[in-house]
Every structure is written in C-alpha cells, then in structure tokens.
Unconditional design. Structure first.
Lengths: 150, 270
C-alpha cells in the first residue's frame, strides 16, 4: 500500500510539474502561486485512490475522487474556502493539455486498426459521438428552460 | 479505467516528450477559425493530441511507451476530476437547482441509439450495429458486450471498432465540434456543459475545453456542471447501458431491420 502510494505520488508529481509550466506559459500564473492548488488536487486524488483500494464496492476511483473534491469545497466545510482559492489558480485548460498529449501518444498503438476501418464505421462512429453529446445537451436545455435557469 | 500500473514515473523519455509537447502547444496558444456563423476553437490540447500521435511514428516513442501513456492518461485525468470536484462544491446551490436537468440529461446518452442505429442499418451493417451504437463504447461497454455476446461475435466486433474509433478520433472530433455547436446552435453553454459527461475522461476534457475558453465569464459554473455530469455518468453509465441502452438497441435494431427488409422487398416487386 505504502509503495503504491509513493508510486502514485511520483507519477502525479510529474503531471503536476507539467501542469504548472503549462499554466505559466498559457495563462501567466506563476508556478509558485499555483503550487498550493496543484498539491491540494494531488492530495485529494491520493485519498480518493486509497479509498478506492480499501472499499469493497465496484465504483471507479474517479467517482471517489470527484465526490471527495466536491465535499471538501461545499461552503461551510472547514477549509473549503482556502481549497477553492488555491485550486482556482490551476487553470482547467492547463490540466487538459498533458492529458491529451499522453492520449495522443497512447493512440499510436491503435492506429493500424484505425487505418483499416471502413468509411461506414467512421460515419456511424461520428454519429454516435454527436448523438450522445447533442442528445444530452438538448434534454438539459429543455429542462433548464422550463425551470427558467437559462 | 482502472489502469493503476506502477513505475509509470520512471519512463523519463516519455515524460520528456510530453513535457516538450506541453511547452510547444502552450506557446502556440489558442486560435480561432470562423466558419460562417460558427467558430472552431483550436486549443493547445488539440495540437497536443495530434503531435502526440505523430511522435509515435518517430524513434522517440515505441510501443511500450505508447501503452504506458494509456495508463498515464488515467493518472492525469484524476487531477482533472479533482479539479471538477472543487469547482462543483462551491456551486452546490446551483447544482441542486439544476438537479433535474443534470439527471435527465443522462438519458440523452441514449439518443445516440435513435440517430446512429438506423443510419448504420441502412449503410448495410448487420448485428455489428448493436455493439457500435448501444453506447459510446468505452472500456466498461467493451466488457459488457464481450460478456454478453463474446468479443469475436458480430456485436463484439462492433463495439471494438467503436472503441478504437473513439480512442483515436473521439477527443479530436469533440474538441472541434463542441465549440462549433455552441456557437451555432441556440443552446446554452450550460446545457452543453452538462453534456460533456460522456464517460471518457479525454473526451470530456476535449469537449469542455472550448466551452470554458469561449465563455470565460461562466467558466466556473460550466466546469461545475460538467463535473457533476461526469460524476453521474461514471456512477450510472454502465447500469444505464445494461438496463436500458442494450435492451433498447436490440428491440430497435429488430424494428429497423424489419422495416428495411420490407422496403427492399417492396422496391424489388414494384
């Protein structure tokens, strides 16, 4: 358990450093300013992953991480304001760039299979993605309008 | 999604390549392309996928590193999920208010079946259609279909090809279209934010990016909604497929095929 924890921490630290640099180049936030925020996010992730290891239910670890991050920032929870303040220095888009860079490298392995795919699969595939995305957006829009939120 | 391999941090060459990609893409920065009334937003993350893929074809990256990168996507997504969470907490009152929309939009993920399935059938695809269109075909769905039909069955082939398609093309495709759709369609960015919880971390990131960049004044709420929807999908997604998506796909497939066969028969008789 401890060795896993150290391992995760080291891996997350690498991603965190890249995020800080991207956050500086792209969004002009000094790495020192964003440091408490990225460390907070790392700690939440690590606790979430430990909970995932310990609990017997079959929920993905991202569910625990998301819930934990959510609960610790609900107004009124001790420290919530500080956590929000720190993490707001970490720009969302600077977190997405390393994710998609790794994703780009990882898809290389499936490229041969992708190249073999027929045009029919590609059309249906695009419709599946578009259908999911637009379907959800339209339902959300209808309900938000009925409620008068948008 | 449970890719918690160990010793991922030791591959310095891989991290160095990614680090270089991050620096280059952030230096290029965000650019906009106007297409008629709509805008396509080119974000650093979008160049990052493409440059990342290109490095695979250079000596810098080999197959082992490429498969390690897959686990690293999961590890880096966890930080994004935490970021979602901390944006959602302060927005709790807004989330409660928007609760009905958040819950019902989950059923929007089924809309894909209604749209994509008939097209697949009319293109001449057979039972592959079921695997391809019952969901967006991520890891959990791969497991579900292979358990139910076997991975070498037509349904299994269908879900595998959707999985590969989504892996390669999903983030790029959604990254390009999400901003475009939001700028053309009379749908609020908040509704699109709820739609970004698709069931894949990189696709969520790619579809959310342009929304946050285009509507900075609503960025906090957009992220909160996206995070909440992502959380809901990660908890309910698979059950949605098991209990509603897959049975619905089966029934609908039979209906559409019957209709198609009758039409072909009718055409040949007349």
């Amino acid at each position: 358990m401890i060795s896993k924890l150290i391992d995760w921490t080291l891996t997350l630290s690498i991603v965190a450093i890249m995020t800080l640099v991207g956050n500086f180049i792209g969004y002009e936030v000094m790495p020192v300013t964003a440091l408490p925020g990225i460390i907070t996010l790392m700690v939440i992730v690590l606790i979430g992953m430990v909970i995932h290891e310990i609990l017997p239910f079959k929920l993905p670890s991202i569910a625990y991480i998301g819930l934990l991050a959510f609960f610790v920032t609900i107004p009124g929870v001790p420290g919530a304001e500080k956590i929000s303040e720190w993490t707001s220095e970490v720009n969302l888009l600077s977190l997405t760039t390393p994710i998609l860079a790794y994703a780009g490298i990882s898809i290389g392995n499936s490229w041969v299979d992708f190249a073999k795919m027929g045009w029919k699969t590609i059309i249906v595939g695009m419709l599946v993605l578009l259908g999911t995305y637009l379907g959800s957006a339209i339902i959300a829009e209808i309900i938000l309008r009925i409620q008068g939120i948008v | 999604m449970e890719n918690t391999k160990t010793n991922l941090w030791t591959d310095w060459r891989l991290h160095f390549v990614v680090f270089a990609i991050v620096i280059i893409t952030e230096l290029i920065g965000t650019h906009e392309i106007s297409i008629g009334p709509g805008t396509i937003l080119l974000l650093p993350m979008l160049y990052a996928v493409i440059i990342g893929l290109l490095t695979f074809f250079t000596p810098l990256i080999n197959k082992v590193q490429s498969s390690k990168a897959e686990s690293l996507v999961f590890m880096s997504v966890t930080l994004l999920i935490a970021k979602f969470g901390v944006q959602a907490g302060p927005a709790l009152p807004e989330l409660i208010q928007a609760g009905p929309a958040l819950i019902f939009q989950e059923f929007g993920n089924l809309a894909t079946i209604l749209v994509a399935l008939p097209v697949a059938v009319f293109l001449g695809l057979k039972r592959e259609t079921i695997g391809m269109t019952h969901s967006i075909g991520r890891e959990a769905n791969l497991a579900l279909i292979s358990e139910k039909y076997g991975i070498s069955s037509p349904e299994g082939r269908g879900v595998v090809s959707m999985y590969i398609f989504g892996t390669i093309f999903g983030a790029i495709f959604l990254g390009l279209t999400s901003g475009l759709l939001a700028s053309i369609l009379p749908i609020s960015p908040l509704s699109f934010a709820m739609a970004t919880g698709i069931g894949s971390g990189s696709m969520t990131a790619a579809s959310l990016g342009p929304l946050v960049a285009m509507y900075p004044e609503q960025a906090d709420l957009i992220t909160a909604y996206s995070g909440a929807s992502n959380l809901l999908t990660s908890v309910t997604g698979l059950y949605m497929s098991i209990f509603i998506g897959l049975p619905l796909t089966e029934k609908y497939y039979q209906l559409v095929s019957k209709f198609k066969n009758r039409k072909i028969k009718g055409d040949s008789e007349s």
